[in-house]
Design a protein around this ligand. Structure first.
Ligand code: MN
Length: 231
């Protein structure tokens, strides 16, 4: 096979305890999935989950024990942090029932849904798509993936984020409006999930701006932490 130009490299993430890497197929994201954050963004109740996607090559994979470098993106003066539990899909499928969802999960990681909040707010007012707010280059930092077999139940525990050592976000996974199995069931009704899909599952309250030079430290109980420096 001859291509007109070199095909893009495969985007991949580190896996804790394995030499193999996790090749990424798609990046799905759930919005407004913790009640307190939904309220701070002006939403209430348990509406159907808000789904959006990020470009696969927006992934900023960070290795075990390393620090990621995030160039401050263009077209924003209000880049926000959102710490999220990320689900890595290992087994694909369509119309997956909630009861079978866990077996489609390869593992979990800590991720950041970096957001041009000013651009997203403009598009919300116009009832337009969020791509310009959510799809920025390097806008999906991701820590190493811990295989599901090495993690206890991930339906409780703390999810938190600090900037320069000062805590900004803290929530409990149990506060998620839509659980991981429910998200998988919902997504797989709309798209056939594939091995390599990542799902960012929403952020707790406390989102806010970051500046050049800031150190973001993000964590979820039982997973490798994620450290990123803004440049
Ligand atoms: Mn988010």
């Amino acid at each position: 096979m001859k291509y007109l130009f070199s095909p893009p490299p495969v985007t991949s993430a580190a896996i804790v305890g394995m030499a193999e890497r996790f090749p990424v197929h798609r990046i799905y994201c759930v919005g407004s999935n913790y009640r307190a954050h939904a309220e701070e963004m002006g939403n209430t109740g348990r509406d159907p989950p808000v789904i959006f996607m990020k470009p696969v090559d927006a992934l900023l994979p960070v290795e075990v024990g390393a620090m990621g470098r995030l160039p401050y993106p263009s077209l924003t003066r209000n880049l926000h942090h959102e710490v999220e539990l990320v689900v890595a899909i290992g087994e694909g499928g369509a119309d997956i029932p909630v009861s079978a969802a866990q077996q489609h999960v390869f593992g979990y990681a800590v991720g950041l849904d970096m957001t041009r909040r000013d651009r997203q707010s403009e598009m919300k007012k116009r009832a337009g798509p969020w791509c310009i707010g959510k799809g920025c280059e390097h806008g999906a930092p991701l820590g190493p993936i811990t295989p599901r077999t090495q993690v206890a139940q991930l339906d409780e525990g703390v999810i938190a984020l600090s900037i320069n050592g000062s805590e900004r976000q803290r929530g409990m996974l149990a506060q998620m409006i839509w659980s991981v199995p429910e998200i998988i069931a919902h997504l797989s009704a709309a798209w056939r999930l594939m091995p390599g899909d990542l799902v960012y599952t929403g952020t707790p309250a406390g989102v806010g701006p970051v500046e050049r030079g800031d150190l973001i430290e993000a964590s979820v109980s039982g997973l490798e932490p994620l450290c990123v420096r803004l440049e």
